[in-house]
Design a protein around this ligand. Structure first.
Ligand SMILES: NC(=O)c1ccc[n+]([C@@H]2O[C@H](COP(=O)([O-])OP(=O)(O)OC[C@H]3O[C@@H](n4cnc5c(N)ncnc54)[C@H](O)[C@@H]3O)[C@@H](O)[C@H]2O)c1
Ligand SMILES: [Zn+2]
Length: 405
C-alpha cells in the first residue's frame, strides 16, 4: 500500500491571498523571513486579511535562509506564548520549513530535534493549530510537501524532516509573490524544482499518481524557466505553478541522491565564507547523478521517457540520456549556474577557482559521502551507491568529470 497526500485546499492565481479573509480562528501567528515580504508589501496584506477575518495576529520575523535548530526552538517558544490556532508561513522554503518545525515543537513541547528527524515518526499534529503556507519562491514547493529542511550548524548538516503530518492544510500559490524574486533566486529555485520533478520520476517510489505531475512539471519548467529568468512575468507565473506540481510529485514519490548530496554539502564549507545554495547544488549534481543512475536499466529507460516528453531526440536510451544531460547543462549555462563545485564562487556565479579549496574538499570528502549515503533521500534513489561510488561521484561534481561508473 502507498499513500498520496496533499493539502486539503490549494488556492492559486493572482490575488489568491485574499482567501485569508475567510479563515476561521482566533489567533494567527505569521512566520516570515528577513524582510523581502515586508518590503514588497505582502506581509501587510496578509496581516490585514487575517485581521479582517477577525483574528488577532502576531509576527515571528527574521527567519534566516537555511534555518537553524535554534530558530525553530525560538519560534516554538513564541508560539507557546501566543497559542495560535493558525500558523501562516510566508516566504521562501526557509521560513515555511522553519515554521513547520516550530509547529511540531509547539504541539509537542517535549519533543527533541532528533525525534523530529525520525522519518515518518512525527506525532499527530493539528491538536493546537492548522498550517497555511504561502510560497514566494518558485522551487521548494514546501507549501504542498511533507518535508522541512532544518540545518544543524554545529554539525554543518541539513536534516530533512519528513512526515505527511507536516503537509500544510492550506497552500496559497499566488504568482504575485514570485514577481519580486531577483534573477539569481529564479535560477536556483527553478533548477531545484526541475531536480524535484526528475528525481520524483525515477524514484523507486514513483507511481501512477506522481508520474503525470512530475512529467507535467518537467515540461513546464523546460518551457518557462529560462524565459522567467530573463524577465517574462507570464512565464514566472507559470513557473510558480510548475514548481508546485513538482512538489506534489516528490512529496509522494520522494527524491534521490541529488538531494542527499545537496543536503550534505550546503553548509559544510561555511567556514570558507559561503553556502552552496540548495538549488545551485542540485543544478550542478543532477547531470552527474543522471549518468550514475542510468547504469540501472529501469532508471535509464525512465530518463529516456523524460527526454522523449521533452522532445530531445535520440535513437536509443543511451542517446536520450546523453541528450537530457546536455540539455540540463545548457540550462545551467543559460541561468549562469556553474557546472561544478570547483567553479562555484562565493556569490554562486561561475568562476575560475570557487570558494571551496580543493584540499578542503578532499579532506572532508569521506565524511560528506558517508553523510550523503545516510540522508533520508537516498533510500528512494534507483541505484544505491557504495561509499567508494559516492566519493567518486562527488569528485565528478567537484571537478566536472564525466561519470563512467
Ligand atoms: N520543504 C521542502 O520540501 C524543501 C524542498 C527543497 C528545498 N528546501 C529547503 O528550502 C530552503 C531554500 O528555500 P528557497 O530556495 O525558497 O529560498 P529561501 O527561503 O532560503 O530564500 C532565499 C532568499 O530569497 C529571499 N526571497 C524570498 N522570496 C523572495 C521574493 N519573492 N522576492 C525577493 N526576495 C525573496 C529571502 O528573503 C532570502 O533572502 C533550503 O533550506 C532548502 O534545503 C525544502
Ligand atoms: Zn530541493
Amino acid at each position: 500500500m502507498a499513500r498520496f497526500t496533499l493539502p486539503r485546499d490549494l488556492y492559486h492565481g493572482k490575488g489568491s491571498m485574499e482567501i485569508l479573509k475567510t479563515f476561521k480562528g482566533e489567533r494567527a501567528m505569521v512566520c516570515v523571513g528577513g524582510g523581502s515580504m515586508k518590503k514588497f508589501g505582502f506581509l501587510d496584506k496578509i496581516v490585514g486579511y487575517l485581521q479582517e477575518a477577525g483574528m488577532e495576529v502576531r509576527l515571528f520575523e527574521g527567519i534566516e535562509p537555511d534555518p537553524s535548530v535554534d530558530t525553530v526552538m525560538k519560534g516554538a517558544a513564541a508560539m507557546a506564548e501566543f497559542q495560535p490556532d493558525w500558523i501562516v508561513a510566508v516566504g521562501g522554503g526557509s521560513p515555511i520549513d522553519a515554521a513547520k518545525a516550530m509547529w511540531i515543537k509547539y504541539e509537542y513541547p517535549e519533543i527533541t530535534f532528533e525525534q523530529m528527524c525520525v522519518v515518518f515518526g512525527i506525532p499527530e499534529l493539528r491538536k493546537k493549530a492548522r498550517f497555511c503556507a504561502i510560497p514566494s519562491t518558485s522551487g521548494t514547493a514546501t507549501e504542498v510537501t511533507a518535508f522541512a529542511v532544518i540545518t544543524d550548524y554545529e554539525k554543518g548538516i541539513k536534516y530533512p524532516l519528513a512526515d505527511f503530518e507536516i503537509t500544510p492544510d492550506v497552500a496559497i500559490v499566488d504568482p504575485d509573490l514570485a514577481e519580486t524574486m531577483p534573477k539569481k533566486l529564479v535560477a536556483h529555485t527553478g533548477m531545484d524544482a526541475m531536480t524535484h520533478a526528475v528525481e520524483a520520476y525515477v524514484s523507486t517510489a514513483n507511481c501512477d499518481f506522481t508520474n503525470p505531475l512530475a512529467i507535467g512539471a518537467i515540461k513546464m519548467i523546460q518551457s518557462d524557466l529560462v524565459d522567467s529568468y530573463n524577465g517574462d512575468m507570464d512565464k514566472r507565473a507559470s513557473m510558480h505553478n510548475a514548481q508546485c506540481l513538482a512538489g506534489m510529485a516528490f512529496s509522494n514519490a520522494l527524491l534521490g541522491i541529488v538531494h542527499s548530496m545537496a543536503h550534505k554539502t550546503g553548509a559544510i564549507f561555511e567556514d570558507y565564507g559561503a553556502h552552496i545554495i540548495h538549488g545551485a547544488a542540485n543544478a550542478m549534481y543532477l547531470p552527474k547523478v543522471i549518468a550514475f543512475n542510468a547504469k540501472d536499466p529501469t532508471a535509464k529507460a525512465r530518463y529516456g521517457q523524460i527526454a522523449d516528453e521533452m522532445k530531445l531526440g535520440g535513437a536509443n536510451d543511451d542517446e536520450k540520456v546523453a541528450n537530457l544531460i546536455a540539455y540540463l547543462r545548457k540550462m545551467n549555462d543559460d541561468l549562469n549556474i556553474p557546472q561544478c563545485i570547483k567553479h562555484y564562487g562565493a556569490d554562486s556565479y561561475p568562476c575560475e577557482q570557487g570558494f571551496v579549496p580543493e584540499e578542503v574538499f578532499l579532506a572532508r570528502l569521506p565524511e560528506i559521502a558517508k553523510n550523503a549515503i545516510g540522508d533520508a533521500c537516498t533510500g528512494s534513489n534507483p541505484r544505491q551507491p557504495s561509499q567508494e561510488e559516492m566519493e567518486k561521484l562527488f569528485k565528478c561534481c567537484y571537478y566536472d568529470l564525466e561519470v563512467d561508473f
